[in-house]
Design a protein around this ligand. Sequence first.
Ligand code: ADP
Ligand code: MG
Length: 251
Amino acid sequence: MIVIKNLSKNYGKSKVVDQANAKFEKGKVTSIIGPNGAGKSTFLSMASRLSEPDSGSIIVDCKELKDWSCKELAKHLSVLRQSNSVNMRFTVEEIVAFGRFPYSQGKLTEQDHAVINRSMEYLGLSIIRGKFLDELSGGQRQLAYIAMVIAQDTDYIFLDEPLNNLDIKHSLNIMKNIQRLAREMNKAVVVVIHDINFAACYSDSIIALKQGQVVASGEVDDVINVDVLSNIYETPFNIIEVNGKRMCTYH
Ligand code: ADP
Ligand code: MG
């Protein structure tokens, strides 16, 4: 489990993350929602040690995040940032193989190849394994990056806006696979997401951020309600139930 307490960060005089608390458990999908500039990426980057907090604590499996060695951490925690542009020309298989770096340091063993194959198969990418990333659709490319993270085989997976630029079909595919990662592989998946209906349907818990503060967190029903959503997005919301799931309408 990851336990985050009173996490704060300033950029200059502005408080970007303000005393945030969170818990990420294995086997669960946690979504982070909130308007642009709410501090979601900053929060995620501190939780995954890409940036340092000003104060607060992050405990990963009973040990302070800052005390983990890089090598060990890379086997426990992986992160896909908001924008992933690789300048060099890599194939799907090559990019997925990067996920094995913490284990192989570049010399892939038979076992590494087996994991790479399994990761591509899991997301239905085997058929395009030899294609270059710049030959793929946005959705396929995003799946290739997610396969890389699967190949890294960490307990904790952080994904910052993995649905960016994706159509409904590809977004659904990715959300279903995120849920499978938690359910079938017992991963703790933390995903920053703008589509609150996807968050409502595919999360076990949700954290709502506004101006750096956690304004609501808990199970879906604790966060997907008119009061919380109208507050964070400063927009009127309507909530309906479809097949037992909460859906939001706004216009
Ligand atoms: P979100 O992901 O919720 O859209 P971010 O975490 O990216 O929000 O940014 C939160 C706030 O922090 C924004 O106002 C942004 O301009 C500011 N910010 C983010 N990164 C930096 C940085 N490296 N230097 C200065 N300000 C930053
Ligand atoms: Mg962001």
